[in-house]
Design a protein around this ligand. Structure first.
Ligand SMILES: C[S@@+](CC[C@H](N)C(=O)[O-])C[C@H]1O[C@@H](n2cnc3c(N)ncnc32)[C@H](O)[C@@H]1O
Length: 616
């Protein structure tokens, strides 16, 4: 039985679906002796102070804004350090020469630093270091991916590593995109606790060897180093030694890796990236199409991780099912299979700066493929979350295929059922393409009246939310016809098919919204043009299931749930649709008959659900 106790709460071994308690991170942070909680912490005041700091930042000239934000966070951190460790002198490593702050900024920063000393240590350090990205211009912030992880998530990710047996007394840990130390600080405190009683100079030197961060942005590196020095302040003061340098300023994608870390942990930057030719070759093993930074960082993490070591990453959920991540999934499945994942749910407004569709994943390099333990992490504030354990799921035989993962507790049983369903749309005789017309590239060809050479133009509005096809073009800028020009033949769809909305959010009642585009309608008009916000499920050769039955299955609740286990973004992609596990064409005969007889509603839903093993 796996150990479930964490550094923060001793939890009883839970049953599936049972709440396993809160990882109330403030409990785990080391309370500072120099700044006891003399009065209730006024977090609201600190929130207002951050708003004031942001407002102040907007008054600063563009050329000075980044440095100003860094200097501001540094001044606040220094004031904080003076309060909690009066004898500690911060090294100022990675500090670049910059003009001093103006008096207004310095006074506000110092006031914030002093006020933050009322908070638990980790919360305070997160709050103070986050002033830097908060005060950056938004565009710059997105460009560099400066979104710092709140303690509720960083502590939980480290807990996952602890639960897999990471020995904090010996482990070496690396954050390859260290930011301002959101993972390194709590990791340092765990290492520290695990080596309690050691001689301060010895423990400090050991931590210098066992803890490392790589970071592109020198300002972030300065803050990470300072945050670590504050966190280890008593050790530094007691040892009488200078703090080790924990952070290297470099481009992680170009750094020569050495695979000697027991834990590679972090929240890598996200977004598309253009790699150099040399980088494309180096990371070719994990690339498919466009490179995304977090995928490349996952590949990098595998290179720094020891055999049998752990990789603990916070990433978007899109890596589980997205086509662009297929090579990465294949590589991970083979070389560092996942051990546990947490799906993160946050109350709206809880995270000021963090994306919502988030996953905490733990992989073991060179581990045996095993069933993955799934949890839901419900984040209620920047420092608090509750964990609910929810069963296990397996990887597909071909690891590059989408990894089905339960987004809700009831999905676990369903996934177990579909693991034994090998049929896909291709086995029914269908393939998926996106509607070919990008209308605003052909504005002059939109037409309002039928005429020779005009064909019906099918917009997404033609597929109703209850699964019917209605030929209409009522929205602004929409027109019902398309005038073909020479060379446009590829835009013409000349056979009946199933149409599906291409963009739906997880908050919508249904992710899959489909309708049959009747063959008779297409014939009557000699072909139609389908707009790009629709997918088309088209016959490819001999079909074994009618288009009407395909539409009925795609519109069913049970298949919608299966799709939610695959898709982590708002896109309903052709790739994910083609990966949907389906009943065999043979089993579909019954559904075909029901559809032909006009059966609908609960009776049809139940018949489809039964093919997925759901009680009817
Ligand atoms: C999402 S932030 C996370 C920071 C920190 N690990 C945390 O969780 O708060 C990503 C960090 O990666 C850094 N970064 C982006 N590209 C990088 C690169 N090529 N090499 C090293 N660091 C990079 C950014 O400057 C940013 O600090």
């Amino acid at each position: 039985m796996r150990r479930q106790q964490t550094e923060f709460l001793r939890r009883p071994e839970p049953r599936n679906g049972e709440l396993v308690g809160g990882c109330k991170v403030s409990k785990g942070s080391t309370p500072t002796t120099a700044a006891p909680l003399a009065r209730a912490v006024d977090r609201l005041e600190l929130t207002s102070a951050r708003v004031a700091a942001r407002t102040l930042a907007t008054t600063v000239g563009d050329e000075w804004r980044i440095d100003h934000a860094a200097q501001f966070a540094w001044a606040a951190l220094t004031a904080f350090a003076g309060q909690v460790h009066p004898k500690l002198c911060l090294s100022g490593r990675h500090r670049t020469a910059a003009a001093p702050l103006d008096d207004t900024s310095r006074e506000l920063a110092e006031r914030i630093g002093l006020e933050a000393a009322q908070l638990p240590l980790i919360e305070a350090l997160h709050y103070l270091t986050s002033l830097y990205p908060a005060m950056m211009p938004q565009r710059r912030r997105s460009e560099v991916g400066a979104f710092y992880t709140p303690p509720a998530l960083s502590e939980r990710l480290l807990d996952l590593a602890s639960e897999e047996g990471l020995d904090w007394a010996k482990a070496k840990a690396l954050d390859p995109a260290a930011g301002a130390g959101a993972f390194l600080v709590p990791a340092a405190l765990r290492m520290r606790r695990a080596t309690q009683g050691g001689e301060p100079a010895f423990v400090l030197a050991q931590l210098g060897r066992r803890l490392a961060g790589l970071e592109l942005d020198a300002n972030a590196a300065m803050l990470a180093q300072a945050a670590l020095e504050v966190a280890l302040g008593d050790l530094i003061v007691a040892s009488g030694r200078a703090a080790p340098n924990f952070i290297r300023v470099c481009d992680t994608l170009d750094a020569e890796p050495s695979a000697d870390f027991d834990l590679v942990v972090g929240n890598p930057p996200y977004g598309r990236i253009s790699l150099s030719a040399e980088q494309r070759v180096r990371f070719g093993r994990s690339l498919y199409g466009h490179a995304n930074l977090y995928g490349v960082f996952t590949d990098v993490a595998m290179r720094w991780c020891k055999p049998k070591g752990l990789i603990a990453f916070l990433t978007p959920t899109s890596m589980l099912g997205g086509h662009y991540f297929s090579a990465l999934r294949g590589l991970l499945a083979k070389e560092a299979p996942p051990v546990a994942v947490d799906f993160v749910h946050g109350r709206k407004g809880v995270f000021e700066d963090v994306l919502q569709e988030t996953l905490l994943a733990l992989y073991r390099r060179g581990g045996a493929a095993q069933r993955i333990q799934v949890h839901y992490l419900h984040v209620t504030s920047e420092t608090e979350a509750t964990v609910t354990r929810n069963g296990t799921v397996g990887l597909p035989t071909d690891g590059s295929r989408p990894w089905l993962a339960p987004r809700a507790p009831e999905h676990c049983k369903l996934i177990a059922q579909v693991e034994g369903m090998p049929s896909r749309l291709s086995d029914w005789g269908y393939g998926v393409s996106t509607g070919p017309l990008v209308w605003n590239r052909h504005k002059a060809q939109l037409a309002h009246k039928p005429a020779k050479g005009h064909h019906p133009l099918i917009w997404a509005e033609a597929v109703t939310s209850d699964g019917r096809f209605i030929y209409r073009a009522e929205r602004r800028n929409h027109a019902p016809y398309f005038r073909m020009e020479p060379g446009d033949a590829w835009l013409l769809v000349e056979e009946g098919c199933v149409l599906l909305q291409r963009t739906t959010a997880k908050e919508q009642a249904r992710r899959l919204i489909a309708a049959e585009l009747p063959e008779a309608f297409v014939r009557q008009h000699g072909g139609v043009v389908v707009e790009n916000h629709l997918n088309m499920v088209l016959p490819r050769g001999k079909v074994k299931v009618s288009a009407a039955a395909v539409a009925a299955v795609l519109n069913s609740k049970v298949v919608d749930d299966v799709f939610r286990c695959i898709s982590g973004s708002v896109a309903v992609s052709a790739y994910e649709l083609e990966a949907l596990p389906l009943p065999s064409a043979q089993a579909m005969k019954e559904i075909d008959t029901l559809v032909r007889k006009g059966t609908a509603g609960a009776k049809l839903e139940n018949a489809i659900a039964a093919l997925y093993g759901r009680p009817v």
